[in-house]
Design a protein around this ligand. Structure first.
Ligand code: TA6
Length: 299
């Protein structure tokens, strides 16, 4: 989509497109309620800050790669049509391919409550068919206001049913990981990736003092990230899913990742809204499936 075509979606004094040095195009939303930055590459929210807050909701690595074919480390990467390792073991990238694609902008509007919505879309093409031979239309609706709402909508445009797993792989910014509690998972079952996917039960809040990489299943209520060091709580409500993934790489894994600083594990936690592990989604031909998350900061 060229820059002139994108500019048709501009909203004066509210939504602008900006060409960035490294070749990507960002959508800058700045309304009375909040500021947000979204990359058209990967359809990825990179920043969201309500005007009442001094800190961003999201973490983005200073060492993130901004290159075609690579995922941007941070913000809200979209994992689709699979979460985690390639389910068919064909050597395809972890977490699917749409976080490595350029998305189109297909809508923008100012809403009555002062928020701004932008919609990005991606449909199957010769390129995507080589990686995943299925027809689809995927869209992401991003609403920036007193809260940040993100809806990932999959339409099966083919004549056979589709089975997918997916996640909003959200990297939250935290002041100090040692002072973070993730609430809402007490009693939930989870697969512990750092212990060979052993099945376990969460007891109390999730606290991070070593590598954490867990797929919680059967999760339907609200989650919260209490962050004493920033004196704020992030609330996450969701629909269309019952999987929550919690990930912090801790010291050793962070140091092994070229696009993450050695100390970055102290400043981030991924709490992901997902259909993953055993909880995949089957979408009948012609049907649509909606996964939605809303993030609110309280302080
Ligand atoms: O969602 C958790 C996880 O699958 C971890 O196992 C870890 O591999 C991480 O994601 C990688 O995320 P990245 O954004 O680096 O692809």
């Amino acid at each position: 989509m060229d820059f002139d075509a994108l500019c048709e979606y501009e909203i004066e004094n509210e939504l602008q497109f900006v060409d960035i040095e490294h070749g990507f195009t960002y959508i800058e939303i700045n309304n009375a309620r909040a500021h947000a930055t979204i990359s058209t590459y990967a359809g990825q929210v990179l920043s969201y800050r309500p005007k009442t807050q001094k800190d961003d909701l999201l973490f983005v690595s200073d060492k993130a790669c901004y290159e075609d074919g690579k995922a941007i480390k941070g913000g809200i990467p979209v994992c689709w049509p699979w979460f985690g390792a390639d389910p068919e073991d064909l050597g395809r990238p972890a977490h699917g391919f749409v976080r490595n694609c350029q998305w189109d902008v297909i809508g923008s509007e100012s809403l009555d409550d002062g928020s701004t919505r932008v919609v990005l879309g991606l449909a199957d093409s010769d390129e995507t068919q080589k990686v995943w031979p299925n027809p689809f239309k995927l869209s992401i609706e991003i609403t920036v206001g007193d809260s940040l709402r993100v809806a990932l909508v999959t339409r099966n445009t083919g004549s056979d049913s589709l089975t997918i797993s997916q996640a909003l792989h959200t990297y939250f910014y935290v002041g100090d990981i040692a002072q973070v509690n993730v609430l809402g998972l007490d009693g939930a079952r989870y697969l512990d990736k750092v212990d060979g996917f052993a099945e376990k039960t969460q007891s109390g809040p999730v606290m991070v003092a070593s590598e954490v990489d867990r797929i919680y299943t059967g999760v339907t209520g609200e989650l919260a990230i209490e962050d004493a060091s920033l004196a704020r709580t992030i609330r996450i409500s969701s629909t269309g899913c019952s999987t929550a993934v919690v990930w912090n790489p801790w010291q050793e894994v962070a140091a092994s990742m070229a696009d993450l600083g050695d100390e970055d594990y102290k400043k981030m936690i991924c709490v992901e809204t997902a259909n993953a592990g055993p909880e995949t989604v089957k979408i009948a031909a012609g049907d649509e499936y909606r996964l939605e998350a809303e993030y609110t900061i309280e302080s």
